[in-house]
Design a protein around this ligand. Structure first.
Ligand code: ADP
Ligand code: MG
Length: 327
């Protein structure tokens, strides 16, 4: 089974940022309101994600590291309307097959916590007591230590760091109600408090996307027959041709989808842009039963039941908003 995990890891764990993504998703699924990330050497040496979520029961700790163990889907029907970010139950198993993983958790503030460790193929299933407040800490050391071929594909520390910084920012924009902290090589990089008011949310967007984006951004919020699109889009005056200032969320899940990308691009091009990269932070909310997120292991893509309706809604909503500020 450990070999199967390593094969699966090829799909889920491409680089440090893919580990961070899975760990953050688990923390959010666990209801955390505070997530602290620590990395060293671009995540290759160390990634540590600590949260204040619900924690994992002592008896479930070893199980959490085994393949297809997920606490999030009880029945097959649930696959039809997946509300949590994780649901495949293979992230921790995959990560632990190609790194040294320590999972420490506690489900209550009253008791002490428990810890379980796995290193490559040698799973050390024994539980050890470990002090931990309510919540979970996952520590991943020496990524790809036992798969040198995979390790060779990693880029410089700086490049890997930029990838994981990007992943954290994407998550930070998806959950304004959660505080995020990042430390790199033992130095604080950012610490974003929970944002509940509109002013606080706009402050976070400014922190993540830069004040220049927020200063000129157009706020939109459009709802029509069960679909809602809200967020911030750059005005024509915003002349920053950066592909990375494109954030799109479907029901809180960051996605990069052809259909969505096409609808957004078309709206921009139609109204005002000619070959420029549009910049936006947009949230689409749809009935969960009309969207399939189980398309790809990394879950960047989605499939809508009614493509045309979603495409037209995004296009016409943006078109309408942008046309009002046409230069
Ligand atoms: P999935 O998220 O697809 O269920 P994972 O391998 O990512 O699978 O995690 C396995 C299980 O471990 C989860 O279903 C969950 O029960 C538990 N788990 C992992 N991380 C956390 C966390 N930070 N807090 C609470 N439970 C967690
Ligand atoms: Mg998960």
């Amino acid at each position: 089974p450990r070999l199967a995990n390593q094969i699966a890891a090829g799909e889920v764990v491409e680089r440090p940022s893919s580990v961070i993504k899975e760990l953050l998703e688990n923390s959010l699924d666990a209801g955390a309101t505070r997530v602290e990330v620590d990395v060293e050497d671009g995540g290759i040496k160390l990634m540590r994600v600590r949260d204040n979520g619900g924690g994992i029961d002592k008896s479930d700790l070893p199980l959490a590291l085994s393949r297809h163990a997920t606490s999030k889907i009880r029945e097959l029907d649930d696959l039809e309307a997946v509300a949590t970010l994780g649901f495949r139950g293979e992230a921790l198993a995959s990560i632990s097959s190609v790194a040294r993983l320590t999972l420490t958790s506690n489900t209550s503030d009253e008791s002490a916590g428990w810890q379980v460790t796995a290193e490559g193929r040698d799973m050390q299933a024994e539980l050890a007591p470990a002090a931990h407040p309510k919540g979970t800490t996952v520590e991943v050391r020496d990524l790809f230590f036992n798969t040198p071929a995979r390790r060779k594909f990693l880029r410089t520390e700086k490049t890997e760091y930029n990838h994981l910084d990007d992943v954290i920012k994407r998550q930070a924009l998806s959950r304004f109600d959660v505080a995020f902290t990042l430390r790199n090589n033992n130095r604080a990089v950012y610490s974003w408090r929970e944002a509940s008011t509109q002013i606080e949310r706009e402050r976070r967007v400014a922190q993540v996307c830069g004040p220049a984006f927020m200063e000129q951004a157009l706020h939109i919020d459009i709802e029509r027959s069960g679909l809602r699109l809200w967020g911030w889009v750059a005005q024509p005056s915003f002349n920053r041709s950066q592909a990375d200032l494109q954030h799109f969320y479907v029901n809180g899940r960051a996605i990069r989808d052809k259909l969505v990308g096409h609808a957004v691009r078309q709206a921009y091009q139609d109204v005002l842009y000619h070959g420029r990269h549009p910049a936006f932070v947009l949230y689409l909310e749809v009935d969960p039963s009309t969207v399939d997120v189980n398309v790809h292991p990394t879950k960047h893509e989605v499939r809508f039941r009614d493509n045309r309706r979603v495409h037209d809604f995004i296009f016409s909503s943006l078109h309408h908003a942008l046309a009002q500020v046409r230069p």
